[in-house]
Design a binder for this molecule. Structure first.
Ligand SMILES: NC(=O)c1ccc[n+]([C@@H]2O[C@H](COP(=O)([O-])OP(=O)(O)OC[C@H]3O[C@@H](n4cnc5c(N)ncnc54)[C@H](O)[C@@H]3O)[C@@H](O)[C@H]2O)c1
Ligand SMILES: [Fe+2]
Length: 389
């Protein structure tokens, strides 16, 4: 292969340092973000990994006295944020380095956001202009270092946190939750096992696809979503087969960041369905999206047919909507993603509850068109039973 792993600096949608080995720039990233005493937030699985150790060593050598917080769940809950805020205060930290997959990135971002607020976290759900309730000056600076290529949370302005009492995922939003600096280093995703490469990569696809299909006028997001889908098509199977292929890992990191950049436009029913499933069954977010994707495509068919014909042309698929759907089904098979929600443990008896939650999820507003709880009931039943209506 003659292609080289690219290195680049972007200032859009934030300051991104992209390239293999760029973790080494962490101390200078702290200086750029105005952080003197960082709290590094990661998940328990990564806390003792060589890459987190390296990050801490780099910071210590540069005289930064970092703290480490890793008491968080995949699908993080409010208690994780509260404990992180306590750690931030105890160590007098003035900023957060969020390092890991979406769970660690979201938790770190929300810790930095919520530490200086006086209202409860749920008051900042991504509803209307609720974010204006926040004291923006009190938000601590954030550096994000993704170690999965999926959520794109490193370039997003939101964090997804579960309210355990309600079994509901809340999207907490504030424009200043956008990390000031992102270190996007493909070396860090090398160790992701194939099943997580697949599941997180399908999340990136879901973001680019749903943003592209959202029924709003946003040609910037449409362009990004289209190219994001192309990168997934070209490189996700390669990253899955050969985790050490840094070119594939790099392009998938880009596709993930592109998905989150594009979904400023909106998401849709894939995410509206996967949030309640993740809250109730604790399933992996990207995996859940991957399972429900074809059912949602089939449901939206009439409205998105023309758009999908354009996507199919850009991706080099022979045909239009049907060719795209066939490609998604084939990709899922290749990545060993199950075909039904039943395979993830989702039970028919909980469909009414799941459907109600999906209809109320803020992402339902971006589906072309938003669906009723009744329509979600049918969709969930189809996805559990494997019927592509
Ligand atoms: N903020 C957003 O816009 C947004 C968008 C989509 C999803 N999310 C949220 O992100 C979370 C999912 O994030 P995710 O899919 O990245 O998974 P994750 O963060 O839950 O990580 C999954 C697993 O991968 C491991 N892991 C991470 N990087 C690794 C590496 N390089 N090598 C080996 N193992 C590694 C982790 O330790 C963990 O066990 C969910 O909570 C979801 O709700 C947020
Ligand atoms: Fe997602």
């Amino acid at each position: 292969m003659t292609e080289k792993v690219p290195t680049a600096n972007w200032n859009y949608p934030t300051n991104v340092r992209f390239g293999a080995g760029r973790l080494a720039e962490l101390p200078s990233a702290c200086a750029a973000a105005g952080i003197a005493r960082p709290l590094l937030v990661t998940d328990p699985g990564l806390a003792s990994s060589p890459m987190v150790k390296r990050a801490l060593d780099l910071l210590s050598t540069a005289g930064k006295k970092p703290g480490l917080f890793s008491a968080l769940k995949p699908n993080p809950v409010a208690r994780n944020v509260e404990d992180g805020i306590a750690a931030l205060r105890a160590g007098s930290h003035d900023g957060v380095i969020a390092m890991g997959g979406g769970s660690a990135l979201d938790t770190g971002k929300v810790i930095a956001f919520q530490a200086g607020q006086t209202r409860p976290l749920w008051d900042f759900e991504d509803v209307a202009d609720w974010w204006t309730r926040a004291d923006a000056e009190a938000i601590k600076p954030i550096i994000a270092i993704p170690t999965t290529a999926g959520t794109g949370s490193e370039v997003g302005r939101a964090g997804v946190i579960i309210n355990e009492a309600q079994h509901r995922k809340y999207i907490i939003f504030h424009p200043k939750m956008m990390p000031r600096v992102v270190i996007s280093d493909p070396e860090l995703t090398r160790g992701l096992p194939p099943h997580l490469t697949a599941a997180t990569g399908m999340d990136a696809l879901a973001h680019n696809l749903e943003a592209y299909c959202a029924p709003f006028y946003h040609p910037l997001a449409d362009g990004i979503g289209l190219e994001g889908m192309r990168l997934v098509k070209e490189w996700l199977p390669v990253a899955y087969r050969d985790g050490n292929n840094l070119i594939a890992r790099g392009h998938m990191l880009s596709a993930a960041s592109m998905g989150a950049t594009a979904f400023q436009k909106g998401l849709g029913a894939i995410h509206a369905m996967s949030h309640p499933v993740g809250s109730i069954y604790d399933t992996h977010h990207g995996l859940t999206n991957a399972v429900v994707m074809p059912y949602v495509l089939a449901k939206n068919r009439d409205v998105i047919e023309e758009k999908m014909a354009r996507v199919a042309r850009y991706l080099g698929l022979a045909g239009s909507f049907d060719a795209f759907l066939a490609w998604v089904l084939e990709l899922r098979q290749q990545l060993k993603i199950p075909h039904t929600l039943a395979a993830l443990g989702v039970e028919a008896k909980r469909v009414p509850e799941l459907a109600k939650m999906a209809a109320e999820d803020p992402n339902n507003g971006g589906n072309p068109p938003p669906l009723s709880a009744q329509e979600y009931e049918l969709l969930f039943a189809n996805a559990i039973g494997g019927r592509l209506a």
